[in-house]
Write a protein that binds this ligand. Structure first.
Ligand code: CA
Ligand code: CA
Length: 478
């Protein structure tokens, strides 16, 4: 190969392997730096402005404390928020744009110096395929005294984004708040000690851990998984005014409705699973979505554990566990769009749920129309009941155990059932994954034998590959 051909060959190779530049940011960096690992930027916004599809932005250890002059996008005609970090570039499925804490380092973004006359948002995700990962956001402010809110991470248009192991706490804003976008995943995030003492006389009535309020039916495929919400002054998870079905799975909500010092504040629901309010002419979608709540825990929330919140249709509650909420499950519905009166919940589907020790006597599951809803294999529908001796642990401190190194939820025994408990043998509670467990196959005589059933409850004599139920537990045969 002569020199000319070699240089052409090398140029082609470098084109083929060209990839978006990665950037590094450090509290000790300089924005006049090139943003390399050796010479990082100071401001995260500097790296965001340069990011292209495929870019990874690494945040190095330390505390980032942006100021008002760092705000990337101030309030405009279409947006009432001042957005500190504005993520409008699009990634792709092959080349997402990632902002991640550097592996093994502790990264805190402190927004407490961002005080303007407007609502404040930490990260505004407008572009597709962003992945936020492995950092904390603290100290977000509210400055307005009327009806308002601030937001740590907003999903306001981007689709196919992942917010993972981002912890939002000790501020005045909502953790993650979604109004637009499809197929977004909020995974393994914590939102806690969020309370707004400034607006509306310090009621704290807007500060939820996680709020999904998708404003069009087309925004499907949104999932919250493995998230925890505690001591948020309003609700742990809130799906009010939501037009597209959302899945909340493996999430834990406790002590919401209180501030960090357990002073009573806002609504206090663990997982507020739907609803459009009780106004006289609510804005509702043509098709009322069935949100799915599964494998979740609600403990000691001020008012409701799992709440239908005057929804205008049915909701799915599968394999959840509730303990010491004022009402563990409150399934109240609104009668119709035209009639703003409460009625016992209709079209709900409740399977394999455990409720124990509601603070309000007898309130394991209230306001449910048993003939218009489907209930099977719950501790509150006559299947069986539980008491303290059924549980492996009622030690609530387990909820606060540190996450595993991959960011997933810690192993706990809290509200898990002993294997000797009939409820365990019936596959009830948060630890079991299975929406199709059929109560009849858990008859006492059957659970003691090595008989296999398919998920429709039909006995299978010679099971081949697949999922079956044996002795009250789901088994996988390969
Ligand atoms: Ca509220
Ligand atoms: Ca709320």
């Amino acid at each position: 190969m002569n020199k000319t051909w070699l240089s052409i060959f090398l140029a082609v190779v470098s084109l083929a392997t060209a990839h978006a530049t990665d950037y590094f940011v450090s509290p000790n960096g300089l924005d006049s730096n090139p943003g390399t690992e050796e010479l990082p930027f100071l401001n995260i916004s500097k790296a965001i402005a340069k990011a292209k599809a495929g870019t990874t932005i690494y945040l190095r250890e330390g505390i980032y404390k942006p100021t008002v002059s760092d705000i990337m996008k101030v309030k405009g005609e279409s947006n009432v928020y001042d957005c500190v970090y504005f993520l409008s570039t699009n990634g792709t499925s092959q080349k997402p744009i990632t902002i991640t804490g550097y592996p093994g380092e502790s990264i805190i973004i402190d927004l407490s110096d961002i005080k303007t006359e407007n609502r404040i948002m930490g990260f505004d995700l407008r572009g597709n395929y962003w992945h936020l990962k492995n950092f904390d956001i603290v100290g977000i402010q509210v400055t307005q005294t009327g009806h308002t809110q601030s937001i740590n991470v907003g999903l306001f248009g981007g689709s196919n984004c992942i917010v993972e192991n981002v912890n939002m706490h000790d501020g005045m804003g909502i953790g993650v708040y979604a109004t637009k976008g499809s197929n977004n995943l909020v995974q393994n995030c914590d939102a806690y000690n969020n309370y707004d003492p400034v607006s509306e006389n310090g009621k704290g009535g807007n500060c939820d851990g996680f709020g999904f309020h998708l404003n069009k039916a087309e925004f499907t495929g949104n999932v919250l998984s493995g998230c925890r919400a505690w001591r948020n002054s309003d609700d742990g998870f809130d799906l009010i005014n939501n037009f597209a079905p959302v899945v909340v799975e493996k999430c834990w909500a406790w002590e919401n409705g209180y501030d960090a010092n357990m002073v009573s504040r806002g609504d206090g629901t663990g997982i507020k699973s739907g609803g459009y309010g009780m106004g006289s002419s609510p804005k509702v979608p043509a098709v009322i979505p069935r949100n799915t709540i599964r494998n979740c825990i609600a403990y000691a929330n001020k008012n409701q554990g799992f709440y239908a919140n005057h929804h205008l249709g049915g909701l799915d509650f599968i394999n959840n566990s509730a303990y010491k909420n004022r009402r563990n499950f409150n399934m109240v519905n609104r009668k119709s769009v035209e009639e703003n009166v409460d009625v016992d919940g209709y079209d709900h589907n409740l399977q394999n749920n455990v409720a124990y020790f509601p603070i309000s006597s007898g309130a394991d599951c209230v306001n449910i129309n048993l003939s218009l809803s489907t209930l099977s294999n719950n501790t509150f529908d006559g299947s069986l009941t539980v008491n303290s001796s059924d549980f492996k642990s009622l030690d609530t401190s387990e909820l606060l155990r540190p996450r595993k190194s991959d960011g997933s939820l810690p192993d706990i025994d809290f509200l898990k059932l002993k294997e000797s408990s009939p409820a365990f043998q019936c596959g009830m509670g948060w630890e079991f994954e299975g929406s199709n467990v059929v109560a009849s196959i858990f008859d006492d005589s059957i659970i003691k034998e090595d008989i296999y059933f398919n998920l429709n409850g039909i006995k299978i004599d010679n099971p081949a590959n697949g999922i079956f139920i044996k002795r009250g537990k789901k088994v996988f045969l390969k």
